[in-house]
Design a protein around this ligand. Structure first.
Ligand SMILES: [Zn+2]
Length: 204
């Protein structure tokens, strides 16, 4: 199990994540501040886990003939900044400074084009199955690290279904927001406690 504070953002890269670069990204518009985290779920084929297909999909190297479902998404070029597998392993596909292609047509608090100003996190999961406990724990640790690096996202966490209602349903009914928010509060208070004890030592 991953330890708290094992993640850190350095120059748009998440230390503690396996780097799996995706070609599917472009520049964020100039002077755009990161101010939103969007949570998704994905599984390939739907509701099946493992196999490495999501990673291959985000890297444009999925064999479309490997499963009938893959033909329905053939040629799609998408990505997310992060993918959290069922095991809790974190993969980074796009640098946070770049614009990943996860949200599609979307808007948050009346501001359109969420890809411009958000970080997209995919959980390996589906709308009809519970997520793993380790995924909640790791998600909280990762979002806590992101909030340290990008303070504007402290108040702005959304699901894909919130920013693209009627079009998207993920992260779905099984995603337990209160469980996630409570774990996130725990992570953030551990960081605050650690930083105030460092402060006290330096000031003693
Ligand atoms: Zn989504």
């Amino acid at each position: 199990m991953q330890q708290a504070a094992s993640f850190q953002v350095i120059q748009g890269q998440l230390k503690g994540a396996r780097q799996v670069p995706s070609p599917n990204f472009n520049q964020r518009p100039q002077q755009t501040e990161i101010q939103l985290v969007v949570i998704h779920n994905i599984s390939l084929p739907p509701s099946q886990f493992g196999g490495g297909y999501i990673e291959q999909f985000f890297q444009n190297r999925l064999d479309w003939s490997a499963h009938p479902y893959f033909q329905t998404i053939e040629g799609m070029q998408v990505s997310a900044h992060l993918l959290i597998l069922r095991s809790g392993e974190v993969l980074q596909c796009v640098n946070f400074n770049d614009r990943a292609w996860h949200a599609g047509r979307s808007s948050y608090l009346a501001k359109p084009e969420c890809n411009d100003y958000s970080i997209g996190i995919e959980l390996e999961g589906s709308d009809d199955l519970p997520f793993e406990a380790i995924q909640y724990q790791v998600l909280a640790e990762v979002v806590s690290a992101l909030q340290q690096a990008y303070p504007k996202i402290q108040r702005h966490l959304a699901g894909h279904s919130d920013i693209a209602p009627g079009r998207k349903t993920d992260p779905g009914p099984y995603f337990d927001w209160s469980r996630f928010r409570s774990l996130l509060r725990d992570c953030n208070s551990r960081i605050e406690a650690a930083s105030s004890s460092i402060h006290n030592e330096t000031c003693a």
